[in-house]
Design a protein around this ligand. Structure first.
Ligand SMILES: C[S@@+](CC[C@H](N)C(=O)[O-])C[C@H]1O[C@@H](n2cnc3c(N)ncnc32)[C@H](O)[C@@H]1O
Length: 283
């Protein structure tokens, strides 16, 4: 496998998939997956993000740093809700797309591991599916940087993978994410599971048993990296049918998601949402 170069990797996604759907969700969610799928995942994440924000006592106008802001969906929402966001991303192409989508807040190109801000500059900082994409040996440094730029008493919101691994993705068990952040100083306020997609997970599990039918599908089973013209008629038919069935299971799963969040162990979700507070006086 070729070496992971984050800047190159994300720039390539922004340029290749940035105009795939009107909201530029594909490069930051599931590149190559159908628009309806990314929209559903986005809706689930937005619900979780709003809940996380409701756990923070942040006055309107509070300064918020969104690291790895991608095409700017959270930066725009923070601004719409009356906060003062700043977006930062390692890929200029992501930021360019964010600007094109009408992001008016400041956007900066920089690496999370070395943030160009003074200590305590923000009331809140967040990373939504970003740390999981940083190579394991650099993740702790990234968390330390993130915490450094939050003021004492300020908040940190993380939405990151808690199970599963893929190319360029390093997940951690919830307790591990919590320990890693605590090592930097902040205390956990609350965490919850995000993205249970119960029925869909059952279907995907069943399909991965009979994988042979889905030649070329990637980890989410919906992205189609292979060129369509190289597929046989049977493969194409199977894919179309699978896509249709999955649209139903994803739809039903998102509908029962709030109930799943209440009834299932949080560890059954694929992602965890963690809300931390930096102590007023650093130990
Ligand atoms: C999965 S996308 C998520 C984007 C955004 N947080 C969202 O939820 O829409 C990950 C983003 O993190 C950015 N990124 C990855 N590693 C980074 C790093 N070390 N420093 C800054 N940005 C980084 C990528 O360029 C990409 O835009």
């Amino acid at each position: 496998m070729s070496r992971y170069s984050p800047k190159e990797y994300w720039t390539n996604l922004a340029e290749r998939y940035g105009h795939e759907d009107g909201k530029a969700l594909a490069p930051v969610l599931h590149p190559g997956a159908p628009d309806w799928f990314n929209l559903r995942i986005h809706e689930l994440q937005e619900r979780a993000w709003r809940h996380a924000l409701s756990l923070c006592t942040l006055p309107k106008g509070a300064s918020v740093l969104d690291v790895g802001c991608g095409t700017g969906r959270w930066v725009r929402r923070y601004a719409q809700d009356g906060y003062s966001p700043v977006g930062l991303d390692g890929s200029l192409s992501m930021l360019k797309r964010a600007s094109e989508l009408g992001t008016l807040a400041p956007l900066l190109a920089a690496r999370l591991q070395s943030l160009p801000f003074r200590d305590g500059a923000f009331d809140c900082a967040q990373a939504i599916t970003v740390i999981q994409h940083i190579p394991a040996p650099e993740q702790q440094q990234a968390l330390e940087e993130l915490v450094r730029v939050i003021r004492p008493g300020g908040y940190l919101i993380l939405l990151e993978l808690i199970r599963g691994q893929a190319a360029h993705v390093v997940s951690h068990a919830p307790a591990d994410w919590i320990d890693r952040v605590r090592l930097c100083g902040p205390e956990l306020i609350s965490w919850f599971g995000q993205e249970f997609l119960l029925l869909d997970q059952i279907l995907s599990g069943a399909v991965s048993f009979s994988r042979g039918m889905l030649v070329g599908a990637d980890a989410d089973g919906l992205s189609l990296p292979g060129a369509p013209q190289t597929r046989t008629k049977r493969e194409q038919l199977t894919r179309n049918l699978y896509g249709k069935v999955r649209r139903i299971t994803v739809g039903l799963s998102t509908w029962v998601e709030p109930m799943a969040g209440r009834l299932c162990p949080a560890e059954w979700a694929t992602h965890g949402v963690f809300v931390f507070r930096k102590p007023l006086a650093q130990p």
